[in-house]
Write a protein that binds this ligand. Structure first.
Ligand code: THU
Length: 141
């Protein structure tokens, strides 16, 4: 898979490590309904890494996305002051896996406009900053 140039403050080595972590956790997904197993790995500003996988439910709308599980895990461990520097999202089988709209808004809650978001899109790793994926995200003023 090809990768476009990484953004500053996240090295290629860190991106590789996050990708390995995301692939590992994707294997734990509970996805009997879609068979679409997703893993997300967060790199926090503190340098710590947290991961999550999707957890589906037979009442489909109760499904938790991988990104939301990873964020919930990080907040549970460290509290609400976490700041996400980068996130890598993968599908276990290498399928395109762009974060859904709800996950983009959830990432915005704990990220910055510059948070790096990496995900596979048609065989290429897409690297974006969060503001490019969710311009005009909701904020309670
Ligand atoms: N999914 C995620 O985990 N993250 C996303 O950003 C999009 C979709 C999961 C939810 C569901 O279990 C499966 O992918 C298929 O939609």
């Amino acid at each position: 898979m090809t990768t476009s140039t990484p953004q500053p403050n996240v090295s290629e080595q860190q991106l590789r490590e996050l990708t390995v972590a995301a692939e590992k956790v994707a294997a734990n997904a509970h996805a009997p309904y879609s068979s679409f197993r997703v893993g997300a790995a967060l790199l926090l500003e503190s340098g710590e890494v947290f991961t999550g996988c999707n957890v589906e439910n037979s009442s489909f709308r109760l499904t938790s996305c991988a990104e939301q599980v990873a964020i919930g895990t990080a907040v549970s461990a460290l509290g609400p002051g976490i700041r996400i520097r980068a996130v890598v999202v993968v599908n276990l089988n290498g399928a395109s896996c762009s974060p859904c709209g709800a996950c983009r808004q959830t990432l915005l809650e704990f990220g910055t406009p510059q948070t790096l978001v990496a995900f596979p899109d048609k065989g290429v790793v897409q690297l974006s900053q969060l503001h490019e994926l969710i311009p005009f995200g909701f904020a309670l003023q």
